[in-house]
Design a protein around this ligand. Structure first.
Ligand SMILES: Cc1ncc(COP(=O)(O)O)c(C=O)c1O
Length: 438
């Protein structure tokens, strides 16, 4: 059998566009392709609808909560998953109706819940007994009937992903454990308090390249729903199996196609529900797999330094004008990326293995052991693929660097900013010098 060629579905910039973007907006710069993002959502939605007619996609806005991107996700038919009052405020500012949003969080504060309830949030994914008590105390009678409550379950599934990205195992701060009876007690509590219990949720982990964990997560939450119908007479109207489908940060990472993935997830749920009479709306809330591959980061090469390195003989550090503060994922998760030179795109004489480092006061090997042309020099532009998710939304001001701007390549090829770079005024705006110090 001839192996089917691996298709690289990641957005990348042409040399011409990269040069134009860098000169208009500076570097480091996040860049997102509108067309790529829209078509990722369309493909996911179609795949899910084909696998299950009552399938509903939410965009997990934590992946990238830039206002314009949330608006695009909503225009493309996603509801919006928010994990804080801040994300909810951005979704509302993007014109998303509150009842098209749902709120997550393992330690929601009373003020956050009040804000969401007053705005008219679609549903709240409750995570603890404390939260159920808080909701019981906060809700007006109208809110009690209007606001749907979904219970986050910890199904006890341990996915193959980075330990910091797995959330569905038993030892987790998220949700109600099924195996130890907490989830059943939580469902009973909702009914006792006459909260508007709508269904159940689980999210087993992120950047899943092996879908087995997601399959068993779907099976377990559906089996739990059947159990609750038998024990409590509660028929779930809604089940949500979270997000998690992985993406190709590097060419050797090949996630399952979204069509197969949706079929697998749906099948696991349907089989477990068979004969129960439960016919729920089924939700998924992907973030990374919708936006990651639609984005790149542009950096400009600065200092190049070759030093003795005991493990590898000699190491060449290629310093770029960003780093840890615009992409903390290598430091947090040891994440690998694909780094390419975009300009000048002269034929290289060969390639060299280098470590691309940031400019922060850290030994941040931002992108270790990457192949770049041997004639690489200061001033060249690099693009790092697949940075649309969990980069801009995780950026910081460490070392007081301004967070980068985000540019959008519009469908017609035109370029515009959708988030500008931090300004120096903003950097100082929160500072207070107490009188005695002056
Ligand atoms: C509850 C929940 N839903 C959805 C997501 C989105 O996951 P991903 O970006 O891997 O699709 C996450 C990510 O951590 C999550 O915690």
């Amino acid at each position: 059998m001839v192996a089917s060629p691996v298709v690289d579905s990641r957005f990348r910039l042409s040399e011409e566009t990269a040069i134009q973007l860098a000169s208009e907006f500076g570097t480091p710069l996040y860049v997102v392709s509108e067309e790529h993002f829209r078509s990722r959502i369309q493909r996911y939605r179609n795949a899910f609808k084909t696998a299950y007619s009552r399938g509903k996609i939410s965009y997990a806005s934590k992946a990238n909560s830039t206002l314009a991107l949330i608006k695009i996700a909503y225009q493309e038919g996603c509801s919006i998953d928010v994990a804080s009052e801040g994300e909810l405020r951005v979704a509302l500012a993007a014109g998303v109706p509150a009842d098209e949003c749902h709120l997550h969080g393992n330690n929601k504060q009373a003020a956050e819940l009040e804000f969401a309830l007053t705005a008219g949030i679609g549903h709240i994914v409750a995570d603890s007994f404390e939260e159920l008590a808080l909701l019981d105390g906060l809700m007006t009678p109208a809110q009690r009937s209007a606001t749907k409550i979904v219970l986050r379950l910890a199904p006890g599934v341990d996915p193959i992903t980075h330990a910091k990205m797995s959330t569905g195992q038993a030892d987790t701060k998220f949700g109600f454990n099924i195996a130890d009876g907490s989830a059943e007690k939580a469902a009973a509590k909702c009914l006792e308090l006459k909260l508007n219990l709508y269904g159940f949720h689980c999210h087993v982990g992120s950047q899943l390249l092996d879908p087995e964990a997601q399959r068993s997560g779907g099976e377990l939450i559906a089996a739990f729903a059947v159990d609750m119908k038998e024990k409590l007479g509660f028929a779930a109207e809604y089940l949500n199996v979270g997000g998690g489908l992985g993406v190709a940060y590097t060419a050797d990472q090949q996630p399952m196609g979204v069509e197969d993935y949706c079929r697998l997830v749906v099948q696991s749920v349907i089989e477990a529900l068979a004969g129960s009479g439960i016919d729920p709306i089924l939700g998924q809330e992907p973030g990374r797999s919708l936006i990651a591959e639609s984005g790149v980061t542009l950096y400009r090469v600065g200092v190049i330094k070759t030093v003795p390195a005991p493990e590898v003989g000699r190491r060449t550090y290629v310093a770029v004008d960003g780093g840890l503060s615009d992409n903390p994922r290598p430091a947090l998760y040891g994440s690998k990326y694909t780094v390419e030179r975009v300009a000048p795109n002269a034929d290289p004489t060969g390639s060299q293995t280098v470590t691309v480092s940031g400019k922060h006061c850290e030994t941040d090997k931002l992108f270790d052991a990457v192949e770049l042309p041997s004639d690489l020099k200061a001033g060249d532009l690099l693009q790092v693929l697949c940075t649309g998710a969990y980069n801009a939304s995780m950026a910081s001001n460490y070392n007081r660097y301004p967070r980068p701007a985000t540019a959008l390549v519009r469908k017609d090829g035109s370029l515009c900013l959708i988030q500008r770079r931090d300004s120096w005024e903003e950097m100082l705006a929160r500072e207070i010098l107490p009188e005695g110090l002056i």
